[in-house]
Structure formats: C-alpha cells, structure tokens
Design a protein around this ligand. Sequence first.
Ligand code: FES
Length: 109
Amino acid sequence: MNWHEIGSIEDIPARGARCVTTPQGRIGVFRTADNEIYAMEDHCPHRGGPLSQGIVHGASVTCPLHNWVFSLETGMALGADEGSVKTMPVQVVDGRILLGFERPLMAAE
Ligand code: FES
C-alpha cells in the first residue's frame, strides 16, 4: 500500500467531509462525530451525487441528491437501496490523514 498525506484531521469538521482529487478520481474523506475517518469515491452509484456534500450520521452518509444512505465502513447502500461505493484505505497518523493507494502515484501527482 502506498500512503499519501492529504491533509490534517482538523481540516474536516466533525460530521463533515471534504473532497480530494486524486489520480483515482474524486475521493470523499469523511469525519464522524467520534472522529473516525473514512474515505470513499465521491460518486453516488445512483446518479452520481457528490457524497462529500452529504450528511454524515453515525458511520453513514446520506447522498445530497436523493437521500440514499451508504455505510462509510463498507460502502454498501443501506436500507432498501442497492449498490455500493468503492471505499479506500485511510489512516490517521499524528493528526495527519493518509490515503492508501494500491499502486505508486506518478511523480507529477
Ligand atoms: S444520486 Fe445519490 S441518491 Fe441519487
């Protein structure tokens, strides 16, 4: 796993999110009320809504467009909805958020 720092946990409000652009596309990085950090594609499988603009509650996020709910832990849609969002490995080290990429990123990135 190739870990890349994308900012500080302080950059994201509790129960908030931000979007980062990576070589693997736009990734939503979410912070729960318990200060857990999760990362997943910022693209709802329903109609492409920006999940990073959704509402974080518990370990879930509600899409801002049509209110589908996804687990931040698994990326799976919850309730009656179907589909999933690709999650990404993420860890916090000394308050810094690191995203895990399977392949090394190119130097220009
Ligand atoms: S685009 Fe996310 S619920 Fe419709």
